[in-house]
Design a protein around this ligand. Structure first.
Ligand code: ADP
Ligand code: MG
Length: 252
């Protein structure tokens, strides 16, 4: 599967009332890839994720996903989640007054529908799934603590865990280490690397140390177009990238 394309965006253009945020973009990802997209503010990085998860519709082009080459361009967000694309949003969606475990139970039930939210008792397989995810995100010992008492980093890992609970094949993560301490940033890199063993991940990030730690292949986006693609070293030494992005006193 390693060389099969999981995501294929062809000639995608996004326009906001005439302002072109993504311009004729071609973007490919393979199964098992952990791809990082970097680029200056306003480059179109978040818009790229919005297009993939169905939040924003392109005016041109198409987005193809998965083994069966499903055209997801016109699909609704919840349908896209169902076929295997999970998005971690920056805005927190966890309930502070519930324990970490209860938060997971709630999100699992929500994905099964309202009726089950009200009447379903916790099943053994749900519990197993929750604890397996807690293990992945390194928070087993916080299972019965109120989510509100977690650190900023831990809350972000819970959010990543909740996306994992949807069993996505492709995980979209926008600026996961924003506001994190150095130690949390490092742990997040390790977490994404471990998740990438059985998921494809597309992550957007500004923190260059973090990018260097996790990246295999980096895509530099600029004014809605790909400026260049390659390893971190290739990208950092590319004159176009230096001129348009890194040269102006570093990333961001
Ligand atoms: P990035 O995440 O790379 O910083 P964005 O994808 O958020 O960039 O934005 C790309 C460009 O599109 C920016 O100029 C931004 O102002 C514009 N933009 C993004 N979303 C909207 C929107 N909903 N309406 C109008 N313009 C938008
Ligand atoms: Mg953004």
């Amino acid at each position: 599967m390693q060389n099969k394309t999981i995501l294929y965006m062809e000639n995608v253009t996004v326009s906001f009332d005439g302002f072109i945020a993504i311009r004729d973009l071609n973007f490919y990802m393979h199964y098992g890839e952990l791809r990082v997209v970097i680029g200056p503010n306003g480059a179109g990085k978040t818009t790229l994720l919005d297009v993939i998860c169905g939040k924003t519709k392109p005016v041109k082009g198409r987005v193809i996903f998965g083994e069966k080459d499903i055209n997801i361009t016109g699909m609704k967000e919840h349908e896209i989640v169902k076929i295997g694309i999970g998005r971690k949003f920056q805005a927190p969606s966890i309930f502070s007054n519930l324990t970490v475990c209860e938060n997971f139970e709630l999100s699992l039930r929500k994905s099964k529908g309202v009726f089950s939210t009200l009447f379903m008792r916790r099943t053994k397989s749900d519990q197993e799934k929750i604890f397996s995810i807690l293990e992945t995100i390194g928070l087993v010992d916080k299972a019965y603590e109120k989510a509100g008492s977690l650190s900023h980093g831990e809350k972000q890992w819970v959010e990543i865990g909740m996306v994992l609970a949807q069993d996505p094949q492709l995980l979209l993560v926008d600026e996961p280490v924003a506001g994190m301490s150095d130690k949390e940033t490092e742990k997040t890199a390790e977490l994404l690397l471990s998740i990438s063993r059985n998921h494809s991940i597309l992550v957007i990030e500004h923190d260059m140390k973090f990018v260097r730690q996790i990246s295999r292949k980096v895509t530099v986006l600029h004014e809605g177009m790909t400026l260049c693609e390659g390893t971190m070293d290739e990208v950092q030494n590319d004159p176009r990238v230096i001129e348009k992005y890194l040269g102006r006193g570093g990333a961001d």
